[in-house]
Design a protein around this ligand. Structure first.
Ligand SMILES: NC(=O)c1ccc[n+]([C@@H]2O[C@H](COP(=O)([O-])OP(=O)(O)OC[C@H]3O[C@@H](n4cnc5c(N)ncnc54)[C@H](O)[C@@H]3O)[C@@H](O)[C@H]2O)c1
Length: 264
């Protein structure tokens, strides 16, 4: 806790998500929490408190990762090993079982942000009752948001020329979140909620008519049947990210800062 009794928060990444999170914390919009540091290779200008990762760990109670799967892989272990809590938005990095195990080893606690989707609470509750038989998540985005460096020229041309929805990938959540690290963290989040990477099938669709990012989640198991659809407007700063995500991070920080009367 800071001298003022607030939860001291360091923000890792000052892009579309992190800049909104850092500004809200800096301007006192999250009761019980304040901004201690912002870490980014391209540091934010003053008055935001730019810092190295080591300085951020020194100053913060909670480090919020809004910087991508690679950043969670490279910075996460140092955060929890120093006894700081870590709130991760790039949940797909946890497809790496060794990293996931290390981040759970503490002493800092690993927290996961629901990010662009919802329904994870009831999926986790149902999976706790009895394992799911089948879970799918189908993500539909505009083609440009799905272009990846590993795609060959033909794939890129096919996506760019698509006049109708095109299925780009179908597979287990683990492989899909690795292939689309900036847009399929949601597949990992569903797998983490149900506690089984191998029961979740993820489908990625490029739709030239998509003006929103759509996630359709269906799950079936002994506890019941669940179906959710989320349609998010993209962030004005990054078409791969939904505009709601920084607010999901801020909601999670509020809860961790001790706000009462909130869904846990
Ligand atoms: N869980 C979800 O639903 C969900 C949704 C959207 C995005 N995400 C994740 O959030 C990440 C960030 O999204 P964004 O739209 O803000 O991306 P962005 O590209 O706009 O910003 C990322 C920022 O992180 C910085 N950065 C990169 N490596 C860093 C490091 N090692 N340390 C500190 N900063 C570093 C970059 O310089 C950049 O400023 C995405 O890559 C994705 O993994 C998750």
């Amino acid at each position: 806790m800071s001298g003022r009794g607030e939860l001291a928060v360091a923000v890792l990444g000052h892009g579309a998500i992190g800049s909104v999170v850092a500004y809200a914390l800096h301007t006192g919009q999250v009761p019980g929490a304040g901004l201690a540091a912002v870490v980014d290779p391209c540091p934010p200008p003053p008055p935001l408190p730019a810092a190295s990762l080591d300085q951020a760990i020194d100053r913060a109670d909670l480090v919020v990762e809004c910087a991508g799967q690679d950043a969670l892989r490279t910075a996460g272990r140092a955060v929890v090993a120093a006894g700081r809590d870590l709130l991760a938005v790039s949940t797909g990095a946890l497809a790496d079982a060794a990293l996931h195990r290390d981040l759970l080893a503490g002493p800092g606690r690993l927290r996961l942000c629901a990010g662009a989707i919802g329904g994870l609470d009831v999926l986790a509750a149902a999976a706790r009752a009895e394992a799911f038989d089948r879970v799918t998540i189908r993500t539909t985005k505009a083609p440009d948001a799905l272009l990846r460096p590993w795609m060959d020229e033909d794939q890129v041309a096919r996506l760019r020329a698509a006049a109708a929805p095109v299925e780009v990938m179908r597979g287990f959540a683990r492989e899909v979140t690795r292939a689309f690290p900036a847009t399929s963290n949601v597949a990992a989040s569903v797998a983490l909620a149900v506690g089984d990477w191998d029961v979740v099938e993820a489908v990625v669709v490029a739709d030239p008519a998509a003006s929103v990012s759509r996630h359709e989640i269906e799950a079936r198991g002994p506890a019941g049947r669940y179906r959710f659809e989320v349609a998010n407007r993209p962030s004005p700063d990054n078409p791969r990210t939904s505009g709601v995500v920084p607010h999901a991070v801020l909601r999670a920080v509020e809860v961790l800062a001790g706000a009462t009367g909130r869904f846990a």
